[in-house]
Ligand binder design. Structure first.
Ligand code: SAH
Length: 245
């Protein structure tokens, strides 16, 4: 009989942001396949599982995604309970849906378990209310990085009037700025760049659309980081100041 694969979000980094459901899955797992951005501290909830690091930075072979798929399948077909542990939420730029579909096509059951996605965690940790009433009527999560290197319609995003949360944007700051400016966004639009959200080494850099690339350079902003682009990025700074006063 086939086992089952749990596609679990480990949250943004702080082990206390793990869900109870994730803890339960880890506790029952025979095999845990862990991604790069997952804080290994969450593995304390495992009881005797075999831990396999499958992160792309951790040195999987040439076709990592295919390799990961096959590894999940092999263990599930041995009747094992497999946890595939991903940073943040498995379905936000996390291939959770893709993997679930791939497994289903081969007759293996899987279940998706939410995690707190880095963009939401980063903003909240910095006191930024992404949908601050009266200022922002919505939030759009986007990735600046695509497999085929196609460009997003930044102009349309600029005109959406929603707060933008950008994943994988550190190497694309100039493109993002140019696209949003071309769409009519003001160069004074507040931006918060948040590195290592929710971890003790979290850093945040407040800037503006026009200055963000220069400021990120001076700040030595590194991945993993998210960008929050919108009026709320400034409004939150005021809240934070008021709190510390
Ligand atoms: N599934 C993940 C996203 C994976 S894509 C989630 O829901 O959070 C990887 C990108 O996520 C990184 O390039 C970065 O933009 C963002 N990211 C992940 N962890 C982060 C963290 N602790 N702080 C800031 N950004 C993070």
């Amino acid at each position: 009989m086939n086992g089952k694969v749990w596609l679990v979000g480990a949250g943004p980094g702080d082990p206390e942001l793990l869900t109870l459901k994730a803890v339960k899955a880890l506790n029952q797992a025979d095999v845990v396949m862990i991604d790069d951005l997952v804080n290994p501290a969450v593995l304390e909830h495992c009881s005797g599982a075999r831990i396999i690091r499958v992160g792309k930075r951790g040195g999987c072979r040439s076709t990592p995604q295919e390799f990961i798929h096959r590894l999940m399948l092999r263990h599930a077909r041995q009747g094992k309970c497999v946890v595939r542990l991903k940073g943040g939420d498995p379905c936000i730029f996390g291939r959770g849906g893709e993997e679930a579909e791939w497994l289903a096509a081969r007759g293996v059951d899987s279940e998706l378990v939410n995690g707190i996605t880095a963009g939401l965690a980063g903003a909240t940790n910095c006191g930024i209310s992404l949908t601050l009433r009266g200022i922002s009527r919505g939030v759009t999560l986007v990735t600046a990085h695509t497999q085929d290197d196609s460009s997003l319609n930044w102009s349309a995003l600029a005109q959406s009037g929603t707060t933008l949360v950008v994943y994988m944007g550190v190497a694309k700051l100039a493109d993002i700025r140019d696209g949003l400016l071309a769409g009519g966004m003001s160069d004074a639009m507040p931006v918060a760049m948040i590195e290592n959200a929710s971890l003790p080494q979290q850093r945040e850099c407040r800037s503006s659309l026009g200055r963000m690339q220069l400021d990120a350079l001076a700040f030595e902003l590194k991945s993993p980081a998210i960008l929050v682009i919108g009026e709320v990025a400034a409004a939150a700074a005021v809240v934070a100041l008021a709190q510390s006063a």
